[in-house]
Design a protein around this ligand. Structure first.
Ligand SMILES: [Zn+2]
Length: 374
């Protein structure tokens, strides 16, 4: 029986829906302590996290991931119970198999194997594991990174086990993510009778030219790693429901997905400038859901690419697409962040699964990276 499969099953049968960890981290911690890691449990709010480190010299290679999973949806729609890991048709089925308990299992087994042949590596190994990646993500990786930063502990290379592969194991690495900035905008006017517009201020009329400009703006053309920055209006509410009342205010929500050509501050300044130029009476509540990052060519990225070519026999595409991940909290510390994990076709869906034949190679990928760098 493969240790990776065994360990994946043990994690999957623990029903760790965000922010519950359901004992997954304890399983990992026991194994890591047994091979010489010093483990700090870091619970923030209702979120379990841990930081485990072995060694005190640099460079520090960190494996990062999450034990939490998204809800199953209707359990009866699954071909086998979502928290009963089941082997069938060459796959292992269950919630969290692909996102990302197989990766966690593969990381732990890879480190154990590595240390049997290399008990004194030329650098340190760490694990940063959270139980809130799929949820609000405020008390998870973000909070652990803040604690590490506060004491000056720096990650050099970070391998995130998110399921990055598209069709076959290793065919895609994520090396960056777009930034995400949301704004809740309230535009104030003066309510009145439609027959007496001179004694009212219609916020919708004030807003119309601003929106026309916002939605046609070209923020940037993108760059070699990112598509162009995109602004999307997501909510627009105004009016009393009456046909003869000019509304007193209008509320909008918008989101911007942005490339490394922009900064959050630059985007905010540009939107404020536009509102001010059109003389709007407004306020905006901003929500920073992650800054953009890009891991450029470096020793870490090259090592990962070489190992993928060797072990998986595929030249990985380097991508910055997809949603956000906890890499957004780790990269701003200066760490080089690469995401490498199994095929993501079934993640968050009914009947999530991984190919059993990918599990040993996934461990061998992580093992190869350890051997090449430490
Ligand atoms: Zn994930």
């Amino acid at each position: 029986m493969s240790q990776v499969i065994d360990q994946t099953k043990s994690l999957v049968e623990r029903k760790s829906i965000t922010p519950e960890d359901a004992g997954c981290q304890a399983l990992m911690i026991a194994r890591l302590e047994a091979v010489g890691f010093t483990v700090e449990r870091m619970r923030f709010g209702e979120v379990d996290n841990f930081w485990a480190r072995r060694g005190d010299q640099g460079p520090l290679l960190c494996f990062a991931g999450h034990t939490d999973v998204v809800p199953t949806g209707p359990a009866e729609a699954w071909r086998s119970a979502p928290f009963v890991p089941t082997e069938r048709d060459g796959c292992l089925w269950g919630r969290g198999t692909a996102d990302m308990k197989a990766s966690l299992a593969a990381m732990v087994v890879a480190v154990e194997e590595f240390l049997t042949t290399c008990p004194a590596p030329a650098g340190s190994i760490a694990f940063l594991v959270t139980s809130d990646e799929e949820g609000p993500a405020q008390d998870g990786t973000k909070a652990v990174i803040e604690a590490l930063e506060a004491r000056g502990e720096k990650i050099d290379w970070c391998l995130v086990g998110e399921p990055s592969s598209r069709e076959r194991l290793g065919d895609m690495l994520r090396i960056g993510r777009r930034g995400s900035l949301s704004g809740d905008l309230v535009v104030s006017g003066v309510q009145g009778h439609v027959a007496y517009p001179e004694s009212a201020v219609n916020p919708l009329h004030k807003l119309a030219p601003v929106l026309a400009e916002l939605v046609s703006l070209e923020w940037d053309p993108g760059n070699e790693a990112f598509p162009p920055t995109s602004f999307q209006l997501t909510n627009l509410h105004s009016g009393t429901g009456f046909r003869n009342v000019i509304p007193g205010s209008a509320e909008l929500k918008f989101n911007i997905r942005y490339s490394t050509e922009q900064t959050m501050e630059g985007l905010q300044a540009r939107i404020h400038e536009l509102m001010d130029r059109h003389g709007l009476d407004y306020r905006i509540a901003w929500r920073d859901a992650g800054r953009p990052f890009l891991t450029r060519k470096c020793r870490f990225l090259e090592a990962v690419r070489e190992v993928v070519r060797e072990v998986a026999g595929v030249d990985p595409e380097l991508s910055t697409g997809g949603g956000t991940s906890d890499g957004r909290f780790i990269a701003p510390t200066g760490a080089a962040v690469v995401e490498l994990g199994p095929v993501n076709a079934s993640i968050h869906k009914i009947d999530e699964h991984v190919r059993i034949a990918d599990l040993e190679p996934l461990k061998d990928l992580y093992l190869g990276i350890l051997r090449r760098l430490l």
